[in-house]
Design a protein around this ligand. Structure first.
Ligand code: FES
Length: 142
């Protein structure tokens, strides 16, 4: 778990009473929805619709409305999905090269969702991804 850099003792204790790890991160980030990602996602993505995912390391934004989600092709046969809501204050981040950049305060994240620079914050919320190679789809859930 990432350390809480800006929480007051009161915020930390309040967060500790709730079992969900995501709520703890929300208290640290100052914006619950953005720091933890949405509460319920169940999205099936047809990989052929996103040419950027044709190569390992490719990144594509797979939602155009609602929850902004990016998929990263991690290996030849595996994918990872991240919330594009900045964990700092919820601004929608942009794909930037092999990672992401927040236009609001400049936080940057690599293709693994880890914070790499700019405004200090936690890593990106990661969804669960299940692949269906026969159908050429992945299903993203939270
Ligand atoms: S909202 Fe993204 S760095 Fe502040």
């Amino acid at each position: 778990m990432s350390e809480c850099l800006a929480c007051t003792r009161r915020e930390f204790l309040a967060a500790g009473t709730v079992a969900a790890v995501g709520v703890f991160l929300a208290a640290c980030g100052g914006d619950g929805e953005s720091a933890t990602g949405p509460s319920k996602v169940n999205l099936t993505v047809t990989l052929a619709s996103f040419p950027a995912l044709g190569a390992v390391g490719g990144i594509a934004q797979v939602t155009t409305s609602g929850t902004p989600i990016a998929v990263v092709r991690a290996t030849a046969s595996s994918y990872r999905a991240f919330s594009m809501a900045c964990p700092h204050q919820g601004t929608t981040i942009s794909i930037s090269g092999t990672g992401f950049r927040c236009p609001n305060h400049g936080a940057t994240f690599n293709g693994n969702g880890a914070w790499t620079g700019g405004e200090r914050t936690s890593g990106l919320f990661e969804f669960t991804v299940a692949s269906n190679t026969t159908a050429g789809t992945i299903t993203i859930t939270s």
